[in-house]
Write a protein that binds this ligand. Structure first.
Ligand SMILES: C[S@@+](CC[C@H](N)C(=O)[O-])C[C@H]1O[C@@H](n2cnc3c(N)ncnc32)[C@H](O)[C@@H]1O
Length: 189
């Protein structure tokens, strides 16, 4: 049984739209903006997350936490960390962003660019500093063609407020490389 299924069995609230796992190609663009020797907290991630694996492979110290392991982002905070990077649950995006700004640490989180079109999102950012690292492809999370762009919403991470970056492919169809978190969920289905 997968962690997600055992979580479901326990009756913990669950939103299937939040279970999208970030492929490596979308993790890599943030690497060059992480300061040397930073301790990175990935708060929506297991040890199989591509964020966790990629950052460790690149020499960073990583703290990962996930609700499946009893670490609810809204209650838990590691004692020591320098920067927060992840892909948060979409259904909780404003609640997550609100807590992130309260920590007042640099962060970079993946969110769909179309949310900038939502009135409540525009309203939320009225009094906040926001930076965007925008990839030039609509990256697929499951191999099917993606219908919108997921990019990094950042705070105190980038040298300027909007940075565009090139990716070699969109991770769909023949180019699809699944994240290990995704493969694990599929394996246990
Ligand atoms: C969009 S997925 C991304 C997973 C991983 N960060 C990645 O990018 O591959 C968000 C994850 O956050 C988890 N999650 C939902 N609510 C949470 C909470 N309150 N605290 C920690 N994790 C939570 C979901 O179960 C889901 O696996």
């Amino acid at each position: 049984m997968s962690k997600m299924d055992s979580w479901l069995k326990k009756g913990i609230q669950f939103n299937v739209k939040d279970e999208y796992y970030t492929p490596r190609i979308l993790v890599e663009p943030i690497l060059k903006y992480i300061k040397k020797d930073s301790i990175i907290w990935c708060p929506f991630d297991t040890e199989e997350s591509e964020f966790v694996k990629c950052f460790k492979e690149n020499g960073f110290k990583v703290i990962h936490s996930h609700i499946w392991n009893g670490k609810d982002f809204f209650e838990y905070e590691p004692e020591q960390y320098d920067v927060i990077i992840s892909n948060p649950p979409f259904s909780l995006k404003l609640k997550v962003l609100d807590r992130l700004y309260k920590f007042n640490k640099p962060f970079a989180v993946i969110l769909g660019l179309p949310i900038l079109n939502y009135q409540e999102v525009g309203n939320f950012f009225l009094d906040k500093e926001l930076q965007l690292l925008i990839v030039d492809k609509k990256i697929s999370f499951d191999g099917n063609t993606a219908s919108f762009n997921n990019s990094y919403f950042c705070y105190k991470m980038l040298p300027k407020d909007i940075v565009f970056t090139h990716l070699t492919h969109n991770n769909s169809n023949k180019n699809f490389i699944a994240s290990d978190m995704y493969k694990n969920q599929m394996k246990n289905k």
